[in-house]
Design a binder for this molecule. Structure first.
Ligand code: DQA
Length: 150
C-alpha cells in the first residue's frame, strides 16, 4: 500500500495568492496542493493536504497521523515560532518530519528565526516558495526509502 504523507499548513496560509505576494509569491494554496498531489503520484505516495488556522486542530491532526500516516510535511506558519504544543505532538508521534517555509525565515525579522518545529524535524526547506513543498516530497521519499532499507 502507498505511504500516506500528511502535508499540514498553519494559520494564514489559506490567504496565499493575495497575502504579501512580495514575500510569499502569487501561488494560491490550491495551486501548491495540485503540485504536491502531482508529485505524490509520481513518487507513488498518497498526499493528505490540509490547512487550519487553529492550533488545536493542527495538534489533533498530528496525533491522528501517528496511526494513519508515514510522514509529515509541515508549514506551521506563525505557530512555528510559538507553539510548544505542536512540537510536543510532533515529538509524541515521532514520524519522519520535513519543515517547509515559503520564505527564507533566516533573512527576515529576528522573531522568525527561532523554530520550535525544527527540534523535531529531519530537515527544513525554506525560501523556495511553493516549490519547497515539492522538494519536500522528494526529500520525504528519500527518508522513507532509507528507513525501509535500515
Ligand atoms: C511562513 C513563515 C512564518 O514566519 C509566517 O508566520 C508564515 C509563513 C513561511 O512559509 O514562510 O505564516 O511559515
Amino acid at each position: 500500500m502507498a505511504s500516506t504523507i500528511l502535508i499540514l499548513n498553519g494559520p494564514n496560509l489559506n490567504l496565499l495568492g493575495t497575502r504579501e505576494p512580495e514575500v510569499y509569491g502569487s501561488e494560491t494554496l490550491d495551486d501548491i496542493q495540485a503540485k504536491v498531489e502531482a508529485k505524490a503520484a509520481d513518487l507513488g505516495l498518497e498526499a493528505d493536504f490540509r490547512q487550519s488556522n487553529a492550533e488545536h486542530e493542527l495538534v489533533e491532526w498530528i496525533q491522528v497521523a501517528g496511526d494513519t500516516a508515514q510522514g509529515i510535511i509541515l508549514n506551521a506558519g506563525a505557530f512555528t515560532h510559538t507553539s510548544v504544543a505542536i512540537l510536543d505532538a510532533l515529538q509524541a508521534v515521532g514520524l519522519p518530519l520535513i519543515e517547509v517555509h515559503l520564505s527564507n525565515i533566516f533573512r527576515r525579522e529576528h522573531f522568525r528565526q527561532r523554530s520550535y518545529v525544527s527540534r523535531a524535524a529531519d530537515g527544513m526547506i525554506a525560501g523556495f516558495g511553493g516549490d519547497g513543498y515539492v522538494l519536500a516530497m522528494d526529500a520525504m521519499a528519500g527518508l522513507l526509502a532509507k528507513s525501509v532499507k535500515a
